[in-house]
Design a protein around this ligand. Structure first.
Ligand code: NAD
Length: 459
């Protein structure tokens, strides 16, 4: 791990605080200039970014472009296009008692932001919040995940070589360094990672009354009704589950399949796994990030319940896409977020009963329903609380910058993407500006019955 000391962290933070107070980041042109610079730096270093992620967990250039680089470039373009309207003070109606006044909401930057990233989509999960925070006019410190060491080093290099440290700076570091960072006072902490570490971050932030956005995980269910278009469902689920070898926070964690279509559906899943060439040592398939996660995942494969897959390469850290059937709620694989290429299938006979069962569990980051039955769609939308999701697809809700992305309950606090990201890193300052003439005496003492009766009428 790198040798960064507490002094170095403190020095960068005080420089950033000083710089923020110069008000330069409040200038829209300044923000745009640096967003453009970040876009240029990413494009110029695209190959370095592809090589680093390939070294970390064998992720292909195609997947890295579609799930990471394109997201980041879209985010930058979104803010470049919309920054003026997002930052404009918003006029709101002034009520009767405040008449002869103007009411406006000013979006002001919060100040100094700490972004702590996760390793599974290392570029997107570190840089998307940074882009939103810079667009909103803040100074930022990034601490990417040390678990994906090469991507962490690549991000630290391209940021620190191209940006002034008092505006944007990246630290290499693991648990010790993050613990040190968390002792310091920021105006916001944006964390992506596990619910367990999210609680540590929340506790540390509370000591300084620092607001947080926590982008966490959970077991995201996918329901397949007998009234679904099964072929489309199988194709979309296989892509979403085994992309990045299942190491995706919004991947379908497990399937709930209506009993009457289960056998047919399992067969379709198997067909698409083979068609997509999702298999160990394939250039289309990603490996597991490290030995610890590999060992954890292998233990979740119950040999008696394998429908397809189950093979692995311990040397190269590959696990074959694995379908488990006849799974029940008490199995080990159902006790924690899987975060790997293992897909358990539980069957059900009654839609309402199975929905009530998952409503009883912790609220997940995502949920998906495949059906063409409008009543089932309505029940799913109205009764079940989860971060966000899709009907008749998986994960694609993330690709629409007009939708907020974030969890609820155990899966997170707050959200971002598009205008929601801008608001996440802004304070909504309310200002009522009043004229200094036409002041009725009605609110001032001495009070009287007559004044009270007028106030009752007015309010
Ligand atoms: P993690 O919680 O282990 O690590 C996340 C970050 O926290 C890393 O930067 C790490 O250095 C730091 N960290 C780890 N332990 C710490 C400690 N004790 N004190 C302070 N900092 C610490 O998570 P991970 O393994 O990187 O990611 C997997 C989890 O993240 C899964 O649960 C997944 O669902 C979730 N996730 C959520 C999202 C989302 O957008 N909601 C995205 C990706 C991953």
């Amino acid at each position: 791990m790198p040798e960064i000391c507490f002094m170095e962290i403190q020095e960068v933070i005080s420089k950033q605080k000083e710089f923020f107070n110069t008000n330069q980041t409040k200038n829209i042109r300044f923000r745009k200039m640096y967003l453009e610079k970040l876009r240029d730096v990413i494009i110029q270093n695209e190959n370095l970014l592809y090589e680093a992620i390939y070294k970390d967990f064998g992720k292909s250039t195609f997947d890295t472009f579609t799930t990471e680089i394109s997201f980041i470039l879209n985010d930058i373009n979104y803010y470049l296009k919309n920054l003026k309207s997002l930052s404009k003070p918003k006029k709101v109606r002034t009520n009767l008692v405040n008449q002869l006044g103007k009411s406006r909401i000013y979006c002001e930057p919060l100040g100094n932001i700490l972004v702590i990233g996760a390793w599974n989509y290392p570029y997107q999960l570190s840089l998307s919040p940074i882009i939103a925070a810079l667009a909103a006019g803040n100074c930022c410190i990034l601490k990417p995940s040390e678990i994906a060491e090469n991507t962490m080093k690549a991000m630290v290099k391209i940021i620190n070589e191209n940006f002034p440290a008092e505006y944007l700076y990246a630290f290499e570091g693991g648990i010790d360094e993050t613990t040190e960072l968390l002792q310091l006072k920021f105006d916001k902490i944006f964390f992506t990672g596990s619910t367990k570490v999210g609680k540590i971050v929340y506790e540390a932030a509370a000591k300084n009354l620092t607001p947080v956005t926590l982008e966490l995980g959970g077991k995201s269910p996918t329901i397949i009704s007998k009234e679904a278009n099964l072929e489309v469902a199988a194709k979309r689920i296989v892509w979403g589950k085994f992309l990045n070898a299942g190491q995706t926070c919004v991947a379908p964690d497990y399937l709930l399949v209506e009993e009457s279509v289960k056998e047919q559906f399992l067969e379709m899943l198997r067909k698409y796994i083979q068609e997509f060439k999702y298999k160990p040592n394939s250039e289309h398939y990603t490996r597991i990030i490290n030995q610890r996660n590999f060992e954890r995942l292998i233990k979740l494969i119950n040999k008696d319940k394998i429908y397809f897959g189950g093979n692995f390469d311990k040397e190269k850290l590959f696990i074959e896409p694995t379908l488990l059937t006849d799974v029940n709620w008490n199995d080990d694989v159902m006790q924690e977020e899987i975060f790997g290429p293992i897909l358990p299938v539980i069957s059900f006979t009654n839609f309402n009963i199975v929905l009530n069962e998952i409503i009883e569990l912790e609220k997940p980051l995502a949920a998906y329903l495949f059906t063409n039955n409008s009543e089932e769609k309505e029940i799913f939308k109205q009764k079940f609380s989860f971060g966000g999701g899709c009907i008749n697809d998986v994960m694609m809700h993330l690709g629409n910058e007009n939708l907020p992305f974030g969890g609820v309950g155990n899966s997170g606090i707050g959200n971002y993407h598009g205008k929601f990201g801008f608001e996440t890193f802004s304070h909504q300052k309310a200002i009522l500006e009043r004229a200094t003439w036409g002041e009725p005496n009605i609110k001032y003492p001495p009070y009287s019955e007559k004044k009270l009766s007028w106030i009752k009428k007015l309010m």
